[in-house]
Design a protein around this ligand. Structure first.
Ligand code: TXA
Ligand code: MG
Length: 341
């Protein structure tokens, strides 16, 4: 692991990438598991390291608008406006792919997903390597996305050439993925740029979830289980039902198992006011109810930390689905099961 981003470490990381190796690097959303996006063999290594199904395509990361031209056949309506507004930043757009891109990157699809990350380390690596970097989130398939270098190390150890440690990721959930090749545009994955911000510039977009149940998933990744820690997570009324919380604590007091609660500041405040928290209850603070962006940035770290504390189950509540709350609830829904107790 390269602990620093000094010139020597960055040069080593770039050299490994040029050699067709897999290197994890920080972005503003989550850490990416990077490889030369035009090198088929290198991209295959991403799939095997990540244990990723072969039908789930990768995102290409570029450092300048000019790098896009060789990768795409056309630029769909609305894309220029959005690139101008949100690149570099957590917005991924789909484009009709050019022949320069190996089929392994797009899992055989005719479109390619591209974004320009807003992280100085990511941008400088892409420039040093002089290639678009293919990078999925740097977690083993199905695990919580990594928002710190130790998360990547936890999943991969020595299996990859290295990890560039750029500290904690500011956004903490992945990029928004938007398909402008369809009319109206389809939001395939809510993420770091809100639906509201996009619609303010290009008008209404459809949510992929609103597409017909029987249609093939427009983003292949949508059909897989995602983001899950080792212990089960229950989606329960822990934010709004004070009695429910109270009962959970009372049950934990009688139990030898430990329990992880991922709660807003507000719910934690209530708990402390009403209960002595038994030592087998581990709390993870997601920040104020009014700040889904803060909760989004803390979510994945909390899941891993509670796992590492050995909790046998976790509880999390619903958050308002506005602004970053849409991405937050999308991740929460995928990693949890509804509480039926
Ligand atoms: O923020 C992010 O986007 C992070 C950082 C590292 O940039 N990357 C990331 O990649 O989240 P990944 O591979 O974990 O998720 C990419 C998603 C997958 O669900 C995949 O199915 C979808 O993007 N995707 C990629 N190419 C696509 C395409 N051509 N059409 C539809 N969906 C695509
Ligand atoms: Mg991922």
């Amino acid at each position: 692991m390269w602990q620093s981003t000094n010139n020597e470490d960055m040069a080593q990381a770039a050299a490994a990438l040029k050699d067709g190796e897999v290197v994890a690097f920080p972005t503003e959303t989550v850490y990416g598991l990077g490889a030369d996006g035009l090198n088929e063999t290198a991209c295959r290594k991403i799939y095997s390291a990540k244990e990723r199904p072969a039908d789930n395509p990768l995102i290409l990361h570029i450092a300048e608008r000019a790098m896009l031209d060789a990768l795409v056949r056309t630029v769909p309506d609305g894309a220029e406006i959005l690139m101008k507004a949100f690149w570099p930043g957590p917005l991924t757009l789909l484009f009709p792919k050019s022949d320069a891109i190996p089929a392994v990157v797009t899992a055989g699809l005719d479109t390619v997903a591209v974004r320009m990350p807003a992280h100085p380390v990511a941008l400088s690596l892409i420039r040093d390597v002089h290639r678009p970097l293919a990078a999925p989130s740097a977690n083993k398939s199905g695990r919580p996305s990594p928002t710190a270098a130790w998360h990547v190390a936890e999943d991969f150890g020595d299996e990859i050439a290295g990890i560039v440690d750029g500290g904690d990721c500011a956004v903490g959930v992945e990029s928004t993925i938007l398909d402008l090749t369809r009319k109206p545009p389809v939001l395939l994955r809510p993420g770091g740029i809100s639906r509201e911000a996009i619609e303010a510039l290009i008008g209404p977009v459809l949510l992929a979830g609103a597409l017909s149940e029987n249609a093939p998933p427009p983003a292949p990744g949508m059909k897989y289980r995602h983001y899950a820690p080792k212990s089960p997570v229950w989606l329960a009324p822990v934010e709004e039902d004070e009695n429910f919380l109270h009962r959970l604590i009372a049950q934990a007091e009688q139990s030898s198992k430990s329990l992880g609660l991922l709660l807003s500041d507000d719910a934690i405040g209530f708990l402390h006011a009403q209960n002595d928290i038994p030592p087998n209850v581990r709390l993870w603070n997601l920040g104020p109810r009014t700040r889904p962006d803060v909760a989004a940035a803390r979510l994945f770290d909390g899941l891993r930390r509670l796992d590492d504390m050995g909790v046998s189950e976790m509880f999390i509540g619903r958050w308002p689905e506005e602004e970053l709350g849409l991405a937050l609830m999308n991740r929460i829904t995928k990693l949890s099961r509804p509480w039926k107790g």
